[in-house]
Design a protein around this ligand. Structure first.
Ligand SMILES: Nc1ncnc2c1ncn2[C@@H]1O[C@H](COP(=O)(O)OP(=O)(O)OP(=O)(O)O)[C@@H](O)[C@H]1O
Ligand SMILES: [Mg+2]
Length: 204
């Protein structure tokens, strides 16, 4: 599989619950590449600086984490790198970043099923609505490095096929932020999502 050797690492971003880890496992089996979950890697290597108890999330030393990932890819070859802040990985290590997007309606359902509190769900749904992961990745890496894939109502197998098509150039690719839920959702769904965010973000 010379093409796998020739390619660089693949980044997978997107807010929690969009299916990054499920897709990464599938791609890992298809391509024979190892998966690195940025958050797990940061914790196990000691790159966590602090814990944000309000958000229930870790704050990591992005600089050291990015360098460590670059060194790992240097030694191991291409990786599948997963995380909602995958843009901390140096650009020259990456082939492409795929940002998974998911309808905020579906996302509310998935994150509530995890038992997360409504405020945390609302924060992440708002981030999805505003395409925060894409915007951050484009800002850090440049538009030509970032492609969005709509994961709404798709199986992991379907998503993996779509991503393989993009990576190996069999599908015309559109770079940067191409999915706008404000435009895509019908009026009722959008009203539901906006009121969910407004109601639950106000909580503390
Ligand atoms: N294509 C899919 N179709 C339906 N359900 C899926 C799909 N992919 C993942 N799921 C389910 O959706 C949930 C979120 O998936 P996953 O854990 O892979 O998301 P994630 O983006 O890695 O989230 P996190 O950033 O919190 O790790 C899981 O319960 C998973 O079983
Ligand atoms: Mg995950």
């Amino acid at each position: 599989m010379f093409w796998v050797k020739a390619m660089k690492s693949l980044g997978i971003s997107g807010v929690p619950g969009v299916g990054k880890s499920a897709l990464a496992s599938k791609l890992s089996r298809e391509l024979g590449l190892a998966v690195v979950e940025l958050s797990e890697f940061a914790i196990s290597k000691g790159y966590v600086i602090a814990y944000d108890s309000d958000r229930g999330s870790y704050i990591v030393d992005e600089n050291r984490l990015g360098k460590a990932i670059a060194e790992l890819a240097e030694v191991q070859g291409p990786l599948i790198i997963v995380g909602h802040y995958v843009e901390i990985v140096p650009r020259d290590v990456l082939e492409l970043v795929i940002v998974l997007r998911k309808s905020p309606v579906e996302l509310i359902h998935i994150l509530e099923k995890r038992g997360w509190n409504s405020k945390k769900v609302a924060e992440n749904v708002e981030a999805e609505l505003l395409a925060i992961c894409t915007v951050n990745a484009v800002e850090e890496l440049g538009e030509d490095m970032v492609i969005e894939v709509d994961a709404t109502a798709k199986t992991t197998e379907e998503l993996a096929l779509e991503v393989l098509d993009i990576v190996f150039g069999e599908k015309p690719a559109y770079y940067g932020n191409t999915i706008d839920w404000l435009e895509k959702l019908d009026k009722e769904k959008l009203a539901y999502v906006l009121s969910y965010i407004e109601k639950n973000l106000a909580q503390y």
